[in-house]
Design a protein around this ligand. Structure first.
Ligand code: PRX
Length: 635
């Protein structure tokens, strides 16, 4: 029996049991039957949790682009692979067939080669959601270069630190991007970043908004003429299953962002297999994930997972509110979308507009709805279910992370009975565990603890670029022989999981992971600031928003606080990007600290959430008096 497509709940249990009883045999079968390899593996899995070393399909040879493109050419050459919906609804959508994608990827790959990019080199990509983004990723994979996509909302400082961290040789960008009624001058942000990046040898620039930009002689090249002059023949580089495919940065609770490294073979098998089942994908479907390819959701479930299945994947350049709040529904109707995968923050923002925009469009093509990136609250879940899915399209609340590479806890639509706010059951092959604070596993149901995974899965990140020790410390040192996710979760009376949120200092704002440390570092650069602490507080659209407690160097100084707030947010925008701006800034006389000098964020969190009756014991603090003072002056 093929286990590639699970259609019933009973089947889920059978396949799940098989996958955990003998994971090697299970994944070997999936890999063998559904993918193209140039050479078979010598070993399905080897792992060592102590060293944090994991290898899947060792010694196997392949190229992921042959799996995502070439092998479909005979059967699906004229089928749309990427359906590009531009920012402006009056501009025509672009249907890129598998044949055309093949040609464009090969040409792009040859351009990369002509600029000296070789197997193992790192290429940074800072592009809006235009076809070149997917094509450049695949072009890197074609020749064995490692792509490192930087979300095109990050600032110049954030770009340069990522470029330098991964020693990238090339940058791919565009003159600019459209975002609703605005344009953003991406190239000048890149130019500023490149002042600090000696390793970058060349910059390829896609013309998109036709703006007047600065091109540096000998370094910057327009893409179009290069592509025109290039052959569309490009043999796929033979890669090892464990060669890196890409680096993608994610925030940590401390220090600089972590460059998570994903490797080719396991990532391909897992993203393809999860895509097929979690979205119950069928050949004629038109699948749309609204994420940006700059995040892991876009890597795994706009590009690799869908294309490995020969699917039509929609790429949308714009925003949900332009030209009005009906845009998403307009696209669903226009392209007859069958699977729609978005984030709770978008659902909440759209729900705020009522149902007037939805009612204008025919959403009857929808079969499966997805949610990802943060916990979905009950109200948003029901709104999504009733108004978008008309109570007939199951919602898959998919829990996973940049580090996990693919979806880990999720219902299988039409099989797993859904339950609002619950990600429900582990995906095939995923072995979750809930741990208490003493390192004991909480067995049985109706328990709540820290979420870990106790067996390797094919798409797990293999290391942090240039810092394996940090990878080991962050994910494998909290509990023996387990991967620690950083999330808390509960298991209900039937064994369903509900993710309760981060248990560390990472805050999820509008579905984006933000570490407190880099934001605090940015604030502390302000000459008037002595120290700061950031916490999250509940926000009805963003899920969480950021609350900053800031102490000034000279409290007697009568600086205009409104100006200071603006300057602080500007600093954050410059250092990280607008997504990390603070909603509230309170100037305080001091910050509550333990006797060892550690800031007690727990207390600050309670104050920000207006739960001051739940502060707990504050008497052991070094400076208990500041707590009342902070409460009295809440912003
Ligand atoms: O806290 C969890 C939350 O997002 C974190 C991972 O963020 P990132 O690496 O940016 O990847 C996001 C897209 C996969 C997790 O540690 N998270 C993600 N999905 C869910 C979620 N929290 C609750 N429910 C989810 N479905």
């Amino acid at each position: 029996m093929s286990n590639y497509h699970i259609k019933q709940f009973e089947e889920y249990f059978q396949v799940y049991r098989k996958s955990v009883r003998n994971p090697e045999q299970f994944w070997e079968e999936i890999a063998e039957e559904h993918f193209t390899w140039k050479k078979r593996w010598s070993n399905v899995l080897s792992y060592d949790f102590k060293k944090a070393e994991f290898k899947w399909f060792e010694d196997a040879k392949l190229n992921i682009t042959e799996n995502c493109i070439d092998r479909h050419l005979h059967t699906r050459g004229d089928k749309t692979a990427i359906l590009f919906e531009p920012n402006n609804p009056d501009d025509e959508a672009e249907h890129i067939t598998y044949k055309q994608l093949h040609e464009r990827v090969c040409k792009f790959a040859n351009v990369l080669k002509s600029k000296g990019i070789k197997k193992g080199d790192v290429v940074c990509i800072y592009l809006p959601m235009i076809p070149e983004l997917a094509i450049s990723i695949l072009a890197c994979a074609r020749i064995g270069a490692i792509h490192s996509v930087i979300f095109a909302g990050f600032s110049a400082t954030a770009i340069s630190s990522r470029i330098n961290d991964c020693n990238a040789k090339m940058m791919i960008t565009s003159d600019g991007s459209y975002r609703g009624s605005k344009t953003i001058d991406l190239k000048s942000i890149v130019d500023e970043a490149l002042n600090e990046t000696p390793g970058i040898e060349s910059v390829l620039v896609a013309k998109h908004i036709q703006s007047d930009i600065n091109m540096k002689d000998g370094r910057d090249f327009w893409l179009a003429p290069l592509l025109e002059d290039t052959s569309s023949d490009c043999a796929a580089e033979v890669m090892d299953a464990e060669d890196p495919l890409f680096i993608l940065y994610t925030s940590g609770s401390t220090g600089k962002p972590k460059g998570m490294v994903h490797t080719i073979g396991g990532y391909m098998v897992y993203t393809a297999y999860t895509f097929k089942n979690v979205f119950q994908y069928r050949e004629e479907d038109i699948y749309w994930c609204t994420a940006d390819i700059g995040w892991i959701t876009g890597h795994s479930y706009i590009v690799y997972g869908p294309l490995a299945n020969g699917a039509t994947s929609v790429m949308f350049e714009g925003v949900p509110s332009y030209p009005d709040y009906g845009r998403f529904w307009n696209i669903v109707e226009k392209h007859k979308i069958t699977q729609f995968y978005t984030a709770p923050t978008a659902i909440r923002a759209l729900a705020k507009q009522g149902t007037e925009f939805i009612e204008k469009y025919d959403l009857s093509s929808l079969k499966v709805l997805g949610s990802v990136g943060e916990p979905i609250n009950e109200e948003a879940w029901h709104w999504y279910d009733e108004n978008v899915g008309k109570k007939k399209s199951p919602i898959v609340d998919t829990w996973w992370q940049t580090e996990t590479g693919g979806i880990m806890i999720t219902p299988i639509p039409f099989s797993t009975p859904t339950k609002p706010t619950y990600a429900t059951l582990p995906f095939i092959g995923v072995q979750p565990a809930l741990m208490d604070e003493n390192g004991q596993e909480l067995k049985g149901n109706q328990v709540e603890g820290r979420l870990c995974i106790k067996f390797p899965w094919p798409a797990m990140a293999r290391t942090i670029w240039g810092n394996h020790q940090r990878y080991k410390d962050t994910y494998f040192s909290a509990y023996d022989n387990m991967y620690f996710t950083g999330d808390g979760a509960l298991r209900d009376e039937v064994g369903y999981y509900r993710i309760t949120g981060r248990v560390d200092d990472v805050i999820i704002v509008s579905g984006h992971n933000l570490g407190t440390a880099p934001i605090e570092d940015a604030i502390n650069e302000h000459p008037a600031v002595s120290e700061s602490a950031i916490v999250g507080f509940p926000h009805d659209v963003k899920g969480n928003a950021l609350y900053g407690y800031v102490t000034l160097k000279d409290v007697g100084e009568s600086r205009n606080h409104e100006n200071l707030r603006m300057e602080i947010n500007q600093l954050i925008t410059d250092r990280i990007g607008p997504i990390a701006k603070l909603d509230k800034i309170q100037f305080t006389e001091g910050l509550p600290k333990t006797r060892s000098g550690k800031i007690m964020r727990r207390i600050l969190r309670k104050i920000a959430a207006n739960e001051t009756d739940q502060l707990g014991d504050t008497s052991t603090l070094l400076n208990p008096e500041v707590v009342q003072d902070i409460i009295n002056n809440v912003k």
